[in-house]
Design a protein around this ligand. Structure first.
Ligand SMILES: NC(=O)NCCC(=O)O
Length: 388
């Protein structure tokens, strides 16, 4: 039997293998915007990466010009993408703890790289089982956002490394009838739970049957003021919704993280566009993080799409990246390996780009508020002018 074709490592590796010299530089200029300076990765971080089998890439976004009246506002963000560590048939606690242990090593490497804010992928401590429609054992993993095992684990890391940590979990609202939510918890660098955001848009696409587990979030568009800047979280499927991105910007976000879990056939051609476009349109930085690998579940499931029952959700393609408001972006992390992407940002770039593009000044909230208010009425008639 022919073996499956190996996964492509990354678009960047393909380009570098096949295009050389000035042609490569020109292609990168057109595809990625300005050429970002790479940052030196400390030896301690390299050693951890070698020992625990993950890659590290590190880049620096500068500003357009040096300001006279404001000092630079430098912050380092770290994006962590991983595969699950243990098979999905292992005891739940062992699966979760193996992921904790592995991710802790990558956070340690991030600390060596001087990272101030780290964000993990969507529902990072578990396999992405919340698609299969199998309720058990997976609902058992749901936990309190305020003091569940994952938040407690993250709080220790935050305190140890003086890092803000953005941690996506399956929340069980123990104070409200045990309702489940897809929630991201923001833990301050002091270890305090700063707050949480519940996923606004729940997918009903392909095998992503997440609406069997949780409803659309009820937390609006919170922005978290941290010591290192104002941050927000647009959880996975919300990246297809421009108004979701917009509202985080309107509320003052300077960096919007997009912890995701998405597979190649569904979204790969969109991946490099959506978070990057959001950065351009909203005048802030975006950071998109995706998990890696194929996760195989004990029981077959199907989605009513004519395909035979199967045990996996297809391939999670990693490729995490950071984009800036001027449209420049980092290369993606690998499609096939666990990784840490470090990006140094000067948050002053946001205002410099906004002053230049005037995208915020010209966006006409008044016009769209009036139009959307009409659209939301049950008797709305589309504004079509007909040739008859
Ligand atoms: N987790 C999640 O929302 N996935 C949906 C798939 C996609 O948006 O690409």
């Amino acid at each position: 039997m022919a073996s499956a074709k190996p996964q492509t490592e990354s678009v960047e590796k393909l380009l570098e293998k096949n295009v050389k010299g000035e042609d490569l530089t020109e292609i990168k200029r057109i595809l990625y915007g300005k050429d970002l300076q790479t940052l030196k990765i400390p030896a301690e971080a390299q050693t951890l990466a070698g020992k625990h089998d993950f890659e590290i890439q590190a880049y620096k976004f500068g500003t357009i010009f040096k300001e006279q009246l404001r000092t630079p506002r430098i912050v380092r963000v770290g994006l962590i993408q991983t595969q699950i560590v243990r098979p999905t048939s292992d005891p739940l606690k062992e699966q979760r703890e193996a992921i904790y242990d592995h991710v802790a090593k990558i956070v340690e490497a991030a600390a060596y790289c001087g990272v101030n804010i780290v964000c993990f992928q969507e529902l990072w401590p578990y396999p992405f089982a919340f698609c299969t429609r199998e309720k058990q054992p997976w609902c058992e993993l749901a936990e309190s956002a305020e003091d569940g095992p994952t938040t407690q684990f993250v709080q220790k890391l935050s305190r140890q490394y003086n890092m803000v940590i953005v941690s996506s979990i399956l929340e069980r609202a123990e104070n409200l009838e045990d309702i489940l939510w897809n929630t991201t918890v923001v833990v301050s660098n002091s270890g305090r739970v700063l707050g949480k955001h519940r996923k606004n848009h729940i997918p009903r696409i392909g095998d992503f049957n997440e609406s069997h587990y949780y409803m659309e979030g009820d937390t609006g568009h919170p922005v978290f003021q941290t010591q290192f800047g104002r941050i927000a979280v647009n959880i996975c499927f919300g990246r297809h919704h421009p108004l979701n991105w917009l509202m985080f910007g309107v509320n003052g976000a300077e960096i919007v993280f997009n912890p995701s879990a998405t597979v190649a056939p569904l979204s790969e051609p969109l991946w490099g566009i959506e978070a990057r476009n959001a950065a351009i349109a909203n005048g802030y930085f975006t950071a998109a993080i995706n998990r890696v690998g194929t996760e195989t579940f004990p029981n077959e499931f199907s989605t009513g799409d004519g395909l035979p029952p199967h045990r996996d959700l297809k391939y999670f393609y990693g490729s995490s990246y950071v984009a800036a408001p001027d449209g420049s972006r980092t290369p993606g992390l690998s499609r096939i390996r666990d990784g840490l992407l470090v990006a140094e940002l000067d948050l002053n770039l946001n205002r410099q780009v906004r002053d230049y593009t005037c995208f915020q000044m010209t966006q006409r909230f008044d016009l769209y508020a009036e139009s959307l208010a009409k659209v939301a009425q049950p008797d709305y008639k589309p504004q079509i002018i007909r040739d008859n």
